[in-house]
Design a protein around this ligand. Sequence first.
Ligand SMILES: [Cu+2]
Length: 293
Amino acid sequence: MVVGEPARRRRRLRVAGIAALAALALSGCEGVTRGYLPPVVSDSGQLVTDLWIPSWIAVLAVGAVTWGLMLYAAVRFRKRKGDETLPVQLRYNVPMEMLYTIIPVFMVAVFFYYTARDEARLVSTSTKQDLTVSVVAKQWSWDFNYIDSNVHETGVHTELDGTEGKRAQMPVLYLPVNKRVEFVLNARDVIHSFWVPAFMMKMDMLPGKTNKFQLTPTQVGTFQGKCAELCGAYHSQMLFMVKVVPQAEYDQEMARLRSIGQEGLIPVNVSREEMVPGDIEKIPAPARTGSNQ
Ligand SMILES: [Cu+2]
């Protein structure tokens, strides 16, 4: 059959359109080279990215082969005009069954090995840390105790309602860049979860149990932090900011906290009646300087 000029042009246009869309999807989103993960700003983020990208490529390759075979089978063995008989029905094809048992088990084993290896690294606290920050979660905000500097920050939950300046009310966690931080996590009331999405690391905070992890922020910047465990009516307002700054700026912040009277550490076991958010003076003085772990 001779294809007419308009039909050929339409087909060419369609192919060009698909190619343009594919190019846009690949080049327009710079995230594609990172598997749509955010930029790396911590060593944990690097570890997660290095695990994610090969996994994503491997899974896509398996998907492409599987979809390709399905499509091939659907087209090649489709019912044609005049086909009245059923094709040969196969069952108990032992080599085939072994193949589709062994290959998926092998793939899962490989994923399991690398995931378990990297998870162990993410939660390892065997390295000597440069500083320790004890984070106490409470309905619905955060207390940050800078153990080494013996100062603290205490927050009140912040409702982001679109008005200017609300972000400034969030508690801010300062961290020096390229220093290994050990986070000591405790909850004062119910289960919460400490999450800084940019760091690609998150850990639950349980009343009566101390969880720990370490991380090195590798980029100066301001990042968002939030609670990742539904913890009550104002869970969505349990927000904080993280400022990763040069050491000198971090030291200035420690001095500032001391100068405004936020010396000492806020223990975990302060009752909520004593702990009026943002009103440190109501905490009995001995409790304020008590041990935090
Ligand atoms: Cu919470």
